[in-house]
Design a protein around this ligand. Sequence first.
Ligand code: UDX
Length: 456
Amino acid sequence: MQNQRGHAHVLVVTYPAQGHINPLLQFAKRLTSKGVKTTVATTPYTIDSVNVDTAIAVEPISDGFDEGGFNQAPTLEAYLDSFKTAGSKTLAELIIKLNNSGTPVCCVVYDSLLSWALGVAKGFGIPAAIMLTNSATVCSFYWQIDRGGLTLPVEQETLAAPMVPGLPSLDIADLPSFLAQPTNQSAYLALILDKLGTLDENDWVFCNSFDDLESALVEALAAEWPVVTIGPMVPSFYLDRRIEGDTSYGASLWNHGNDQCLKWLDSKPLKSVVYVSFGSMACISTDQFQEVAWGLKASNMPFLWVAKEFKDHRLLELVDSIGETGLIVTWCNQLEVLAHQAVGCFVTHCGWNSTLEGLSLGVPMVGVPQWSDQPTNAKFIADVWKVGVRAKRDGGIVTREELGKCLTEVMSGERSGEIKSNASRWRELAKEAVSAGGSSDKNIEEFIAKLPNPQV
Ligand code: UDX
């Protein structure tokens, strides 16, 4: 069937982790809303969790662990290797199937963790676009390593001058953890550097960010790669409301009991609640869990805490003793919670999606970064966009006293007014970027205009 944009058919290839699948699904919905036929590929293990627009076909590609996904793999390295082998084969088979179905694939958009998808697309002579799910700033750090501008482990002296125009000078603690402690998680670092090596072979490099957020940097990077900003990739219901029914990302890899959360939030006063979440991948230590628990209790502020680890028997007693000011759940619909009028502050691990969601919904933040890109995002929250504060660590953890201090600073302290007004300003800028004619919207339109239009 011919769509409004001729025969353009984009295949969006996702990585099955919550923080990765969300922005890619959102991108697929943006394309569909603009009349582009879009197919999403995901693994058999996650396919039933994906529930997007009926106009978007969802097709399986294999990571080699079709029954249990990532959890079945002995190591991260084994998982990534298996995904590369099984994924390359099944992605090629899917492209052949779609090409035979009447509307050939004219572009493959793939998650940055799946750099092998570039070779598959090129093998068919199809243009390819990589989706960077980190900030442009974080990508620029990795790029400096790739280009030899930074060597590992990074020394403090190297950071004295801004590394890229527009960046503040940084401390080691502000760098992504893979650079600050390169021996930990080296499989992730290897994967990241691998993709950077081929970045300029892509026809487009999409960054889930927007021009106002990292302007000088995006300009500097555009001189190196075909990079464009297309974010924030947050469902349009929370921003410009242009896609009918677009009220969630369309995939929940965990079950949530949101009714319970929303009912509980309904009973709380305006902007009184502290929402706490450390994202989908990081699990905090038992010591850190206890400090967060006691810090929240001591604050006397109502709190909603997403704690995947709270069913751990060692923590149950503690959870019981922190009383009734809080609600603890294992997962929720974060967007619905952040958008609720009772929420006044977001204690976050500063994953890039959570950071963009906090900014887009204008919720002041307390950054408690754990690993990966999160320390850098926390630095920007506190010192560049000034929409929150970053909690300091003592002996490797954020103490209950420090958490309490940060909560007071954001909710009612001297700088609270300034933080809240910055948060509202960034919300407006995020909305502008994705609204018709905004910088990210224009970039998506230009991408669509350049898509080859194969004749069928
Ligand atoms: C990690 C990295 O930190 C991130 O920067 C990278 O790009 C992807 O991998 P993650 O730990 O999953 O991400 O955090 P984040 O990027 O914030 O993504 C989590 C997603 O899960 C968010 O979109 C959030 O809305 C959603 N979420 C989280 C829920 O829907 N419910 C929850 O209870 C918690």
